[in-house]
Design a protein around this ligand. Structure first.
Ligand SMILES: O=C(O)CCC(=O)C(=O)O
Ligand SMILES: [Fe+2]
Length: 280
C-alpha cells in the first residue's frame, strides 16, 4: 500500500496510512515523513501494532530516546518507555490517582535540552473522551500583534518543573529526580532548528516569570500570551483509535490530556521522548 498523508484539521496534524513502523524505513521514506512532520507538527500513524520493544524500535527510526524524569514511570526492561494510564497514581506522595498532563504544556520545557518530539502509542482507548488536545504555537506566534512580538523577541523566561501554579497536579519528586531538574531559562519564542520558524515556548504549567521584567508586567504579558495561544482556532483535538502512534513536535506545539473518561473506561498508552536541541 502506498504511503498517504492526509491532514487531520486546518490547524495542524496529519494522519499517515500505508506504513508499518515495525518494518525498517528506507532513507527516502524517512525524509518524506520528516517533511510531513515539519509541515503538520503532529503525525498520527494509524493501525500500528507493537509490543513495548517494538514501540521503542519504531521510535528509534526517528532518533535516539531518553527516559522520563520520574523513575517510577520508567519500565524496568525499557527505561526509555513509560506508560500513560488513567490509573496513574502519585506513588511518592498521597498515593491517590491524579490528573496527569491536564494543563497545556510542551514536554520537558523545564530541561536545558528538552525532547524534540514525544511518541505516544495507544494500546487501550475509550470509545468516548480521552482526547489529546494540541496547540499550534507557530501559528499562535505568527498571529500575535506586532507590538506583542516586539515585547517578546529576545526575552527569556524561567521554566520550572515544580511550578508555583497551584492548579497543576504533579507527582512528588524524589531527591535524585529533583537534582536533575534545576530551573532553566529559555526564549519566550524559540526558533525551530529545522524550519527556522518562531513559535511560542511558554506555558502556564511550567513557566514562572520573564527574566529582567517587572513581575506585574511579566505576569500580564504571560497571561496575554496564554489567552492568545489557547484560542480554539489554534487547536486540534485528537480522538484516539487503538493502534495510533502519535508523534508531535515539542518545539512548536503544546498539548494537554483530557480527563473526561466515563466511569470504568480505560486508557493506556506507551510513551517515549526523542532527544532534542537547546532552544534558541
Ligand atoms: O495523555 C495524554 O493525552 C497526553 C499525555 C502527555 O502530556 C504526554 O504524554 O506528554
Ligand atoms: Fe505531555
Amino acid at each position: 500500500m502506498a504511503v498517504q498523508t492526509t491532514p487531520l484539521s486546518d490547524v495542524m496534524g496529519a494522519e499517515v496510512t500505508g506504513i508499518d513502523l515495525g518494518k525498517s524505513l528506507d532513507g527516502s521514506l524517512k525524509e518524506v515523513i520528516n517533511q510531513a512532520f515539519l509541515d503538520y507538527k503532529v503525525l498520527c500513524f494509524r493501525d500500528q501494532s507493537f509490543d513495548i520493544a517494538g514501540f521503542l524500535d519504531a521510535a528509534h527510526q526517528f532518533g535516539s530516546t531518553h527516559p522520563h524524569v520520574y523513575r517510577h514511570l520508567r519500565l524496568d526492561d525499557f527505561p526509555d518507555v513509560s506508560v500513560v494510564s488513567n490509573e496513574d497514581k502519585d506513588v511518592h506522595g498521597s498515593g491517590k490517582k491524579f490528573k496527569r498532563a491536564a494543563h497545556f504544556h510542551t514536554d520537558e520545557s523545564y530541561k536545558a535540552v528538552p525532547a524534540k518530539a514525544t511518541l505516544l502509542y495507544s494500546v487501550k482507548v475509550p470509545d468516548e473522551g480521552g482526547e489529546t488536545r494540541f496547540v499550534n504555537m507557530q501559528t499562535a506566534y505568527e498571529t500575535l500583534p506586532d507590538k506583542t512580538k516586539q515585547r517578546i523577541d529576545g526575552h527569556m523566561a524561567v521554566q520550572r518543573f515544580l511550578t508555583s501554579n497551584p492548579d497543576i497536579q504533579l507527582a512528588t519528586l524524589t531527591d535524585e529526580e529533583k537534582a536533575e531538574v534545576p530551573d532553566v531559562i529559555h526564549p519566550i519564542a524559540r526558533t525551530h532548528d529545522e524550519t527556522g520558524k518562531k513559535a511560542l515556548y511558554v506555558n502556564a504549567a511550567r513557566t514562572e516569570f520573564i527574566v529582567d521584567m517587572d513581575p506585574a508586567e511579566s505576569k500580564a504579558l504571560l497571561q496575554e500570551i496564554y489567552d492568545h495561544s489557547l484560542m480554539p482556532e489554534f487547536q486540534y483535538h485528537h480522538h484516539w483509535r487503538v493502534g495510533d502512534l502519535m508523534m508531535w513536535d515539542n518545539r512548536c506545539t503544546m498539548h494537554a490530556a483530557t480527563h473526561n473518561l466515563k466511569p470504568g473506561a480505560e486508557r493506556l498508552l506507551y510513551r517515549t521522548l526523542l532527544d532534542g536541541t537547546k532552544p534558541v
